[in-house]
Design a protein around this ligand. Sequence first.
Ligand code: ADP
Ligand code: MG
Length: 478
Amino acid sequence: MTTNSEQDRWSRVKGRLRSSVGDDVYSSWFARMDLESVQQESVRLSVPTTFLKSWIQAHYAERVLSCFQAEMPEVHRIDLTVRSPARCLTPAVKEIPSVALDARRAERAEGRPIELRSTAIAPVSASHDALGGSPLDPRLTFASFVVGRSNTLAHAAARQVAEGRRGDAVMFNPLYIHSGVGLGKTHLLQAVTWAGNASGERKVLYLTAEKFMYGFVAALKTQTALAFKEALRGIDVLVIDDLQFLQGKSTQAEFCHTLNALIDAGRQVVIAADRPPSDLESLDDRVRSRLAGGLVVEMGALVEELRLGILKQRVAAARAHHASFDVPEPVLDYLARTITHNGRDLEGAINRLLAHSKLNAQPVTLEMAEREVRDLIRPQEPKRIKIEDIQRVVARQYNVSRSDLLSSRRTANVVRPRQVAMYLAKTLTLRSLPEIGRRFGGRDHTTVLHAVRKIEALVAKDTTLSEEVESLKRQLQE
Ligand code: ADP
Ligand code: MG
């Protein structure tokens, strides 16, 4: 319970928060945050979803606290809780039973006729296929997706989207997930599609960018504008995979049109690509900024624990049909430790062990595993360094803000760090000079070139600067 004066102060705190983060951010993240109670030093706030909770905690915890302290200096702690959603009154979206789907796939693999055991499956495929969707892999569901440190946020956001119902306010649009290859983007997108369509209430359309280019757009072009709008109206969630492959002016125009129409109509758009929106160099600025305007989440490399989880999940799935198949713990540990590259290689490793042990009727041993997966073990790839990371690390080192680096300010305490950051961007990434200029507040490529030359010259004679630059490089490469 809260008193009137607490509610007053809470309103003022919200006002502060709104002016501190801006209207857009405020309405995306804080509009549904409520004050639950105030107890001396600690304040309890609630939000409707776990997703909002983790997002606010990860990104705005200090901001919220300082807005409180401005009104109530005695407050030292904020507890954020998830209140039980009113939505519980209606039945929750049901996920497709993964067992039935696995069985279906297994039967297909074994060459036996496919028998649909779950009535939930039929409408999913029917509506999806009718809309011209790309084929879905029945194994790629939330049930088989292993959550770990590097994908928690992407997973939570994807779940949130999958559980949305027709007419719900869309919280972030588009949801944009990016990562290197084989780290689970397609898995997550297809999981959203399966789960979303399972309720039968919403139509989720999954398209690869390629399919979008050659199927969807072509179909739309042959139809009238009215038919185009009609087709769009039928889709509640549009999921587009591998957006980096979207090419060509007219395709982009159609994409932009579709994106705007859906977002403006309050429909959800989910996108995956191998890079952040700002790096999709072939897309025009308007599309890029529209893409960046929703929630952009990166999935990092699979850490060892997650790799082990995925391996175990795969073994369990294989054992459902090959009961005698077993992979001893030391072999799993060995695979998780050495196959560091991506999820596809982990899957490949288990498939090989399965094939080998079946064909030769032999149990899996460490020695056999070492032999079978030798070519999957790759040397560690150098880390992909991003311009944002460079800006962040340089800003921290020189005690300026990242927005100072991007600003047009020309005071010496900003100019030098900015030049260092541009120099590092040129030497540590593969980005072109114009691209770097754009990422530094829209500067010209000649400015970047000047900065690079300047720092090169200084590093050669100024040992303090040269040590600073080396230390920055180390921090970034770690
Ligand atoms: P991407 O689309 O990012 O290139 P995929 O989604 O195709 O990657 O993933 C590659 C393989 O790794 C798939 O077999 C996928 O099921 C598996 N995989 C990746 N991440 C996970 C995860 N977190 N849990 C379970 N399987 C995963
Ligand atoms: Mg993919």
